[in-house]
Design a protein. Structure first.
Length: 379
């Protein structure tokens, strides 16, 4: 039989490819910014020979805890962290010392710090042990009672708030001030500096192991009355950044000193006094820079898990609002009222303070004569 014709199957339509969705790019995380403020010496007491004077800090302040920071607290309330150098003891016990320049404030003066929105103080300085370990322990207890964090000699602290960055702080004095080092032989000085390097490196390692995102070293060193750092100060501060710290903040000189961008970090060689009960007329009316102080601010940027120093700035102030926002005229009758006040931006005093930060200040260093100071105090 004859077979029928073969049937050719109808061509089937080619399958239609589903359109491939273009993947949405992963959005870049939005940067977050955190401000860390730093100020110099907060000496919340007068020297013992001035206790009871009408012009003494405790007489002026009384129980008005808001008073000392009243004209600057607006900067600290808005930041993430404020750091100060607390250069006095806080205790209600009676302590005495054969030394004249020792500073003891009542325990409730810790409330001055909280009123000023200060979250952390360094206790690594040459006055923390004015009255020995017992007074130091009282100071720590007073700070604990009001919730102000602190670190003492060769100690570290990690500050973190509300899911913000972890700021690691290291504090060191180690007898590195000019006066303390000047009595040492050259060999002993070298040993002290070498030991300090080791401490700084160990402090950094401790902070890194604790998960710090950003690290600050608070070093108490330099020469009192001087507007530039000592050679040892410069060398050790730069070593601190080379070792890995992001920022260095120095106190002790009672004067503003330069700020320096160095190897990816920033160094503030001296932030001067801030609330300074140590003298009713710093500089005795002969050194206009004695009243200059200010607020150093670091802006930290966090993108994803990485934290970097985005920028830094400085707000020039007078350590006393009796000087006024733009006064450059001081005299023997100028009185410190223990209430810092910002200078007028662009004014002569503002420019003078900024010149100390950029290293162009041409004023003479102030030679501290403790014999004359003591005579004046007792006169």
């Amino acid at each position: 039989p004859t077979s029928g014709p073969e049937l050719t199957p109808e061509p089937s339509a080619a399958p239609t490819a589903e359109p491939t969705a273009t993947p949405e790019p992963t959005p870049e995380p939005s940067p977050e910014y955190f401000t860390v403020s730093m100020v110099g010496d907060c000496t919340l007491a007068e020297a013992k020979t001035r206790r009871g004077w009408g012009t003494a800090l405790q007489t002026v302040v009384g129980k008005n805890y808001d008073y000392p920071f009243a004209k600057t607290v607006q900067y600290f309330e808005k930041d993430y962290l404020t750091i100060a150098n607390l250069e006095c003891n806080l205790s209600d016990k009676y302590y005495d010392s054969i030394e004249q320049f020792v500073f003891l404030a009542p325990a409730d003066y810790a409330n001055i710090l909280t009123a000023g929105s200060v979250e952390f103080v360094t206790l690594a300085n040459n006055h923390t042990m004015d009255f020995g370990q017992s007074a130091y322990d009282d100071t720590a207890a007073a700070l604990d009672a009001v919730g102000v964090a602190y670190a003492g000699e060769d100690e570290t602290y990690i500050y973190e708030k509300d899911g913000g960055v972890k700021v690691g702080i290291y504090c060191l004095y180690n007898q590195l001030t000019y006066n303390a080092m000047s009595i040492l032989s050259a060999q002993a000085q070298e040993k002290l500096v070498a030991a300090s390097r080791d401490k700084i490196a160990a402090g950094l390692k401790s902070l890194e192991e604790a998960g710090a995102d950003f690290t600050i070293a608070c070093l108490h060193m330099g020469r009192e009355g001087y507007y530039e750092p000592t050679d040892v100060q410069t060398e050790l501060c730069r070593y601190t950044v080379d070792a890995g710290f992001n920022a260095v903040y120095c106190t002790h000189a009672h004067r503003l000193q330069p700020a320096e961008d160095y190897n990816g970090g920033v160094i503030f060689y001296g932030l001067g006094n801030f609330i300074f009960g140590g003298h009713t007329n710093p500089g005795n009316g002969t050194d206009p820079g004695a009243y200059d102080t200010g607020i150093a601010q670091l802006t930290l940027k966090r993108v994803g898990g990485e934290v970097t120093l985005d920028s830094y700035s400085f707000i020039p102030c007078s350590l006393s609002s009796t000087v006024g926002p733009d006064s450059t005229v001081l005299g023997p009758n100028t009185l410190n009222n223990y209430q810092p006040q910002p200078y007028t931006e662009g004014g002569d005093a503002w420019n003078r303070a900024m010149s100390m930060l950029d290293g162009t200040y041409e004023g003479a260093n102030y030679q501290v004569d403790y014999g004359n100071v003591l005579t004046a105090m007792n006169g």
